[in-house]
Structures are given as C-alpha cells and as structure tokens.
Design a protein around this ligand. Structure first.
Ligand code: PBG
Ligand code: ZN
Length: 296
C-alpha cells in the first residue's frame, strides 16, 4: 500500500483524482498503516511531501525529513509491518525532476551526478529503520551506487526493490498531484523507458540484478502485463507489479458512476497481474482488496 506523508498532526488532505487516497501527517500514516496491516496488507511504500523544495533535493536525505520521521514512527508503533521507502528526488526538487538538472548539459538531467544523492537518500531511510529501499528514479547505475553505500555503512542486510522497468507513462498523472512532483518543464522521457521498446525492459532488469537488486518491478502494470510476464519468465527473480495512480483513478471513476462492479473489476485486474507473474503488487487498493479477499 503506497502512502503519502507530509508534516502536521491529525491532517488528512484528500487527493482529488484518487478517491480514498490522502496526504497524511505521520500520525495518520501510522493509523492508515495499522488498519491496512490488520486486514492482511504486509507492507507499505512511503512517499514524502516536504515543506520546502530546492535544487539539491535536500529534503530527500535530511535526518529529520518527512519520510525519515515517518519511518521511525512506523517502526516504533508497528514493528511487524514491512516499511518500504520510495527513493527519488522529484518530490524534493523545486523543478520536479528525478535528478540534478545541469545547466551545462542544456537543462538535462545529469545521470551520474545524481547517483550520490540517491545513495544518501537511501542510506538515510535505512538509518531511520526502513526495511526495504525502492529507487524509482531510473538513473543508470543507481542500484549499484545505493548497494555500495548501504554496504559500506553497515546496512548490507537492507534489500533493494528496484523500479527496474519503469516506463514514461501518462498513467502517473494523479500521483503527481498526490506527491506534488510534476516536472516544471520538459518530461521524464530521458530517464524513464519508451513504451515501444519491450526488449530494453529486459536489459534494464538484467543490469539492476547485476548491480545487486533483490527484487525488481514493472511499472505501470495494466498496460505492461506482457513485460511483466517476460521479466518473470526470463529471470525467475522476485518480481512485482505497480498498479499506478492512473489505473486506480480509472477504476474509481467508473465505479463511482455505477458503470463497473468495483470489487469484481479490482480483484479480476489484480488476478491478471498475479497470473502474468507478479509475486507482489503495489496498489492503492491494497487495503480494500485485502478486505474483499477476506470476504468482507
Ligand atoms: C517518482 C515516482 C512516480 C511514481 C512512483 N514514484 C511518478 C513519476 O515517475 O512521475 C508513480 C506512481 C503512480 O503513478 O502511482 N519517481
Ligand atoms: Zn522521481
């Protein structure tokens, strides 16, 4: 279950394009996580919305950053819950890109200069107690850089879940509202993948596994089930699917109009991901799905 943390107390800001999803203060993240966990959801994936953004993504690796604080609280209150953290810079950058934007390179994202910042962010999450770090930036070489930093600082046991095959997708729209992370200029096509190229996804997965990823992910899920199937078949590696914000928004919108049976369609769609090879699924519908699967 993905959850969005922002500062405050007892605060729940609804995300208009994602009914049932909120930007939550840390105490409310803990409440939401506790409810989901009680229903059988084993893990949450945390995103942070910082109070201030800059051009170095300082909030991404601040010791008392929003994600770091929330992780500490969750591990204290719900030690059994698996806490995963999304590692990226876009929410913390004033320009909204996932890496450093270099003027010398004509406003392009500077891949290699970004790696140390990602490694610092991942380390700060591990220090706060994160069970799994999940880089979503799609810079080349970031899994290796994060692995090396974690190992060097005594976190060789912290696994990396790599967003290995992440496509540049229009389905991320509602998320960018939720995370306040839409790029201010340009788009993410220089670092995220091209939907016309399925074989590149296999090369990206192979690289991430070679660099030390412990689990890989295909994202989005619904429009890329063929890629998911190929990744699972080719590598036999722990593989996840991310049912992204736009997928959730479509189902909620149709269900609200009474055009589809929400429960049946949601479960059928999750089953399709499972059948295509997903060992785990990241979905905004996790708590509801867990309740339905229990017969509730
Ligand atoms: C940030 C990030 C994104 C998502 C997860 N991590 C957005 C993006 O790349 O623009 C998308 C999640 C969703 O749409 O549910 N790098
Ligand atoms: Zn990002």
């Amino acid at each position: 279950l993905p959850l969005f943390a922002r500062s405050g107390r007892k605060a729940r800001h609804p995300v208009s394009s994602m009914p049932g999803v909120f930007q939550l203060s840390p105490d409310e993240v803990a409440r939401e996580a506790e409810k989901a966990h009680a229903l059988g959801v084993p893990a949450v994936l945390l995103f942070g919305i910082p109070d201030a953004k800059d051009e170095k993504a300082s909030g991404a690796f601040a010791r008392n950053g929003i994600v770091q604080q929330t992780v500490r609280l969750l591990k204290k209150e719900l030690p059994e819950l698996i806490v995963m953290t999304d590692v990226c810079l876009c929410e913390y950058m004033s320009h909204g890109h996932c890496g450093i934007v270099s003027r010398e390179q004509g406003g392009e994202v500077a891949n290699d200069a970004t790696l140390p910042l990602l490694a610092r962010a991942a380390l700060s999450h591990a220090e706060a107690g994160a069970d799994v770090v999940a880089p979503s930036d799609m810079m080349d070489g970031r899994v290796g850089a994060i692995r090396q930093e974690l190992d060097r600082r005594g976190f060789s046991g912290t696994p990396i879940l790599s967003y290995a095959a992440k496509f540049a997708s229009a389905y991320y729209g509602p998320f960018r509202e939720a995370a306040e992370s839409a790029p201010k200029f340009g788009d993410r096509r220089s670092y995220q993948m091209d939907g016309t190229n399925a074989r590149e996804a296999l090369r990206e997965v192979a690289l991430d596994i070679a660099e030390g990823a412990d689990m890989v992910m295909v994202k989005p899920a619904l429009a890329y089930l063929d890629v998911l199937y190929r990744v699972k078949t080719e590598f036999g590696f722990p593989t996840g699917a991310y049912a992204v914000s736009g997928e959730y928004a479509m189902m909620k919108a149709a269900a609200a109009r009474g055009w589809i049976d929400e429960r049946a369609v949601t479960l059928e769609t999750l089953l399709g991901m499972r059948r295509a090879g997903a060992d785990f699924i990241i979905t905004y519908a996790a708590a509801e799905a867990a309740r339905w699967l229990k017969g509730g």
